[in-house]
Unconditional design. Structure first.
Length: 139
């Protein structure tokens, strides 16, 4: 049987009680056996989009459950200060964030990518891509 490997972008998992925290559209979404908690929604459209995304993930994984090998191994995350060091640090707000620090937090959290900073240039852009690539699990 072919092994099915897939990352569910989960921030954290607990065995007892069974729960998982998903990262969807930059939001941390905890789920347990009968509840999914979504905070800070802009509107119903965003709620529908996030729920649809979660529904597809969960249904696909349910269909493939016989091939899934559960793992509670946690992966290291990029360090916010390492990300910040590679950004221009001008706080110009062209990325839509109030400061480079806020943008760095979003990048370290996986909610934004280096391409979200329009003034980031090489070699720092390449260094940041390489740094973030170290934290992507091999699939
Ligand atoms: S666009 Fe780049 S340099 Fe400007 S605030 Fe955002 S992260 Fe900082």
């Amino acid at each position: 049987m072919k092994e099915y490997r897939k990352e569910i972008r989960a921030d954290s998992c607990t065995k007892e009680p069974p729960s998982v925290t998903f990262k969807v559209h930059g939001k941390s979404i905890p789920a347990d056996h009968d509840r999914i908690l979504i905070n800070g929604l802009k509107d119903e459209g965003e709620e529908d989009k996030i729920l649809e995304c979660l529904k597809q993930e969960i249904n696909q994984d349910w269909r493939n459950r016989a091939m899934i090998k559960p793992s509670l191994e946690s992966f290291p995350k990029p360090l916010i200060l390492e990300v910040l060091k590679l950004l221009p640090r001008s706080n110009c707000q062209q990325c839509g964030q109030p400061t480079c620090m806020v943008f760095a937090i979003l990048v370290a959290d996986g909610a934004k990518g280096p391409e979200g900073c329009p003034v980031l240039q090489d070699p720092h852009g390449t260094y940041l891509e390489k740094y973030l690539a170290r934290f992507r699990p091999e699939l």
